[in-house]
Write a protein that binds this ligand. Sequence first.
Ligand code: WTA
Length: 651
Amino acid sequence: MSTPVDHISASAEFTAKANSHKEGVAFDYAQSVRDPDAFWGRIAERIDWVKSPTRIRNVNFDADDFRIRWYEDGELNASVNCLDRHLETRGDKAAIVFEPDDPAASAQTITYRQLHARVCKLANALRELGIGKGDRVTIYLPMVPDAAIAMLACARIGAVHMVVFGGFAPQSIADRIADSGSKLVVTADEGWRGGKAVPLKANVDAALKLSGTASVETVLVLRHTGGDIDMHSPRDRWWHEAVEDQPEACEPARMNAEDPLFILYTSGSTGKPKGVLHTTGGYLVYASYTHETVFDLKEDDVYWCTADVGWITGHSYIVYGPLANGATALMFEGVPTWPDASRFWQVIDKHQVTIFYTAPTAIRALMREGDAPVKATSRKSLRLLGSVGEPINPEAWRWYFDVVGDARCPVVDTWWQTETGGILISPVPGVTEMKPGSATLPLPGVQPALVDAQGERLEGATEGNLVLMDSWPGQMRTVYGDHQRFIDTYFKTYPGMYFTGDGCRRDEDGYYWITGRVDDVINVSGHRIGTAELESALVAHPKVAEAAVVGFPHDIKGQGVYAYVTLKQDEAPSDGLKKELNALVRQEIGPIASIDHLQWAPGLPKTRSGKIMRRILRKIAENAPDQLGDTSTLADPTVVESLVRERQVPG
Ligand code: WTA
């Protein structure tokens, strides 16, 4: 018998005040998918358009007549929506509250009026540096308000920002600069993380020595830690000098709804990371709509999303969604466990945070520290909790709900992807009954379905591959520079449907339970890493003949990285070589990509046609040698026997 699943409703107090219960707010899912034009046309009115769209959607998922366009004759500017339109009513309201890494350093508050002025000054400086509509700008900054300012300054002048997470290494920065053809890089001297300085400018210097980066003309440097760095004249310019004499007003570029807003690279099952391209109108409508709906946003909320702006969560739910909605967003440069495991909760008390949005990996890491660091704080200000990035196990959900939220605050488990631009499956707090571990139901206008390996639609309570049957305004429009790859990756596996790459179960109430990736992407602490990227880093070592990487269940990270490495003939395994290989991966990709377990493999299990059988490697890594499944196509079964015998014990 399966264990009964809890059904949890938001408290009567929460529900009574929920936006979803306000008059005129209809969560009529059936209507939203019956007449998507009417529904999304109405939702688009929440945004200020220079020219209102008359065409709402123009979509076809069939490969031979493929198109995804939303609001295509509309015109707007994203930064105007995030700044100018709030000045009259919210000019003195805090737009961003900044909590530095060091708890002893003072927090900063930036009002909408101040943010507007700072964005305009930087936008003017960028224009003076030769940046205009359509130019790509790389942003490699710590979690400081200036990161949001740099993004919005690009949006103001129609430049396309491409943010690189601060945990990526020079090679990864260089690959992204080369692929996007960026003209300018915005960085800082250093960032802070848990009391340690991160050498951002030095990483940019190293990246710009690598091939493919010649498009970069200027590096704009924010002075943040005051650490010692090299400035290369005339390429490198100080941010504070560039903005010094700039006016505090800047004419916004008039953008078409389908003009690019940003590119953000993400890992897929094959090859190098893809440049996910989002456009202006649909993305902004969707980020702002979902931010208000899912987080039950109210005028006086203090909203904190702990993601980094280097990920899509930071783009949609620290910058564009909250600021388009005139919210107060907290930005935190530090980490959850420094100086101690109480930091998150202390920050919540200090800034009276009402809405808190974080990742399961952080929840699990903090849960391991016990209840005391949580209980030492009040958290009375909290009224809503959110989770994103990976499946949240029911135990972690319960702890989050019971201990962090004192059983008072609904938990919204939000499922979405870099590609989707915003949340697609999530409870609407006050409306949707929650079940710990389930992302629950699709938001209005969103049409998920489950299909089997052949693409046949599965009905009722079942398990299968998660697809979306129709578009939504926040959907990515292309892979930058490779439209065919976009179509091949997402619309060819199951023709006419968008394939998410996720497996999923649907229960008897129609609730969705995401089970994780079904492709060769691993989700380590909510960070997507392609096994192909890890493998190509490993085989770059002169002693390595072949490598195969799979994920395995990890208590804190969700998934860990398990690598099988075959050495060239006459090369001997050693602990020293293991260290070298790990260092190589960190150097090629970045500190987010470290190997948890490395097993020397005399050979890899392959089919007779030479294809590595990852399914088998996954089972060995999971320590489930009795579930290897069909091994009849193996070229050499003895390879598997020896791998099972020599398996590394995770833990
Ligand atoms: C996973 C992050 C279960 C999923 C916004 C997806 C989740 C991938 C959830 C996208 C969730 C994200 N429950 N799994 N609530 N949210 N995922 O592009 O596998 O960094 O495909 O976007 O994370 O990761 P990405």
